[in-house]
Design a protein around this ligand. Sequence first.
Ligand SMILES: *[C@@H]1O[C@H](CO)[C@@H](O)[C@H](O)[C@H]1NC(C)=O
Ligand SMILES: *[C@@H]1O[C@H](CO)[C@@H](O)[C@H](O)[C@H]1NC(C)=O
Length: 326
Amino acid sequence: MGVPASANSGVVVVAALVAVVASLCGGARAQDMDKEWARPPYRGYFGPPGSMSMLPQSDVDLLEFPLNLEYLETEFFCWSALGYGLDAIDANLTGGGPPSIGGQSASLTPFVRDIATQFCYQEVGHLRAIKQTVRGFPRPLLDISAANFGKIVEQSLNATLDPPFNPYENSVNFLIASYIIPYVGLTGYVGANPKLLTPQARKLLAGLLGVESAQDAVIRTLLYERGMSRVASYGVGVAELTSQISELRNTLGRRGVKDEGLVVETALGAEGMTMGNVIAGDHLSLAYDRTPEEILGIVYGTGNPSQHGGFFPQGADGRIAWSFIA
Ligand SMILES: *[C@@H]1O[C@H](CO)[C@@H](O)[C@H](O)[C@H]1NC(C)=O
Ligand SMILES: *[C@@H]1O[C@H](CO)[C@@H](O)[C@H](O)[C@H]1NC(C)=O
């Protein structure tokens, strides 16, 4: 447990050097470096105190990155289902991060609230699982406000909606907002898998991926059943809106088609045989993969991993996310 004294003093020397360089450079970069080095010595390699894990730094980074998305999912599902977030469930898991912006209880049918509650606690479990393996970081500032979801839907439809889209208003709106979230995490896990070096990290990732994709499938199935219903008074059907949201994500991810709505051209369906597309997959019906860079572009809503915004008004946390800050 703990870092050897020699390693500690090494960190101090480097930190001092970086502080000097940072003060010379000035500007945003210096602040980012301050942010990085203001933290206690990085102990990811050694796992949390008392644990026996010895993961290479690259595995630690790849397992810490999805904490950003797991925090987001936790906050959105818990607030929607229960009317409170992680602070009220297990404040320790927040690591002291700031409260989320704009969470509220959603107006849901008992059936959808039941499912949302299960998703909420599943996400809490995911946070625990990751933090039992790597040190992680505090919950970043998250914007789960109706206004932020509304902006994404308006961006997807390239239209101004009146009244604005509100994910907390009813079950269909909540499911559409949910369509926006676990799928992105899922593609990230598929992308991270081949880069992991240790069986311990791959085992955790497979466990997370399995449940994230199951959540996505449940959300998509519930939406598929409502595919032809209209969303509010917007004159757009549920299936059509999912296609537009997927299209937006493809644009923001900047790497072609990795996202598909609930109804597609037959060419994009399973074996090129179906228009129904309850589960998204490539031409072999394998899950699409995304890199952290693509994911940050999407969750920031900017298409650019170095320009934060959207769900992460102050950016995502962890070494991978910081590495894109120029
Ligand atoms: C939070 O951590 C403290 C100290 O480790 C512990 O005593 C407390 O039980 C924890 N709270 C929860 C809700 O797990
Ligand atoms: C969005 O709508 C505006 C105004 O109606 C139009 O000029 C623009 O081409 C549209 N953009 C896309 C990507 O469809």
